[in-house]
Design a protein around this ligand. Structure first.
Ligand SMILES: Nc1ncnc2c1ncn2[C@@H]1O[C@H](COP(=O)(O)OP(=O)(O)OP(=O)(O)O)[C@@H](O)[C@H]1O
Ligand SMILES: [Mg+2]
Length: 269
């Protein structure tokens, strides 16, 4: 092991270490595609994603370390402020506006969560509009001065739509979770109001606003199916599933179905 090697993550999906101002992550089938995407973003002036630097002698990918703070659960109040949510939406808007011009290589390989559902889940959109991050969980957002600064961990980056990518971020940060499952810094009232705040800060048009709620409802149904398959296929997902993921996803689905009319109205108003 390199004397300066500092382990950043081992318990979850990826063994990640830091060496100086770089991060080393295992090479997976999708790594080259993600590095091409990150290279495109960096060349296009996006300064808030890791810069790709190829591979090291131990067969790991090298990325720049994005300085800042990554919030952990229970989320501190600075991470769940309305100002932070607005900044997050605007960062995603910038990412989208640049990503939209990127043509992925023909032999692109995209990361997926493990497992194959026994019945295929309905797609969230017909035609992708762009490649984007698609996994804005708190562990993948770097804050500086208590405001979102950038994104790391593009392992699930893939062709998507602006609204589908925004719904992923809203799930984590509005959040689109049952109040029981939210960090204490997020109250019962937050999900619906903050979904509207996110749409406003992103600058969604009326067509996009109309798509948000149906897509969020479908995503939540799909998540239960895909995560159950992941839990069947992979020990890490199995542990998360048994440690409460199943109940959390079920509660989120019921909460979303009940709140959907109010959410749609808030987005329209
Ligand atoms: N380029 C980076 N800059 C700054 N911090 C990073 C970077 N890459 C990883 N980290 C830190 O390491 C943590 C885990 O890394 P990452 O999100 O890339 O992997 P992961 O697949 O989510 O790992 P796990 O599931 O094991 O947590 C991040 O939450 C962050 O704290
Ligand atoms: Mg991560």
């Amino acid at each position: 092991m390199h004397p300066e090697e500092q382990v950043l993550a081992t318990g979850g999906v990826t063994h990640v270490v830091r060496i100086g101002d770089t991060v080393r992550r295992p090479v997976r089938p999708f790594t080259a595609t993600v590095q091409e995407y990150l290279r495109y973003l960096c060349n296009a002036g996006i300064g808030f994603v890791p810069e790709p630097h190829g591979y090291d002698g131990q067969g790991r990918e090298i990325l720049s370390f994005v300085e800042g703070e990554v919030p952990v659960e229970p989320l501190p109040s600075w991470a769940t402020s309305d100002d932070a949510l607005g900044d997050l939406a605007q960062l995603i808007r910038r990412l989208h506006d640049v990503s939209v011009a990127w043509e992925p290589p023909r032999d692109a390989i995209w990361g997926t969560i493990p497992g194959t559902p026994s019945t295929p889940v309905p797609p969230l959109f017909d035609v992708p509009e762009l490649v984007s991050h698609q996994d804005y969980c708190p562990g993948n957002v770097v804050f500086r001065d208590r405001r979102p600064f950038g994104f790391i961990d593009f392992d699930l980056a893939r062709p998507t739509t602006r609204v589908a990518d925004c719904v992923n971020a809203a799930y984590w940060w509005a959040p689109l979770l049952h109040p029981f499952d939210r960090s204490p810094s997020l109250s019962d009232t937050h999900g619906v109001e903050r979904l509207r705040l996110f749409a406003d800060a992103y600058g969604m048009d009326s067509r996009q606003r109309a798509l948000v709620v149906p897509l969020a409802v479908q995503r939540s149904k799909n998540s239960l199916i895909t995560m159950r398959a992941a839990a069947d296929a992979d020990p890490v997902f199995n542990r998360w599933w048994k440690e409460g993921m199943e109940e959390r996803l079920q509660r989120a689905e019921r909460w979303l179905a009940a709140e959907a009319p109010r959410m749609a109205a808030a987005l329209r108003s």
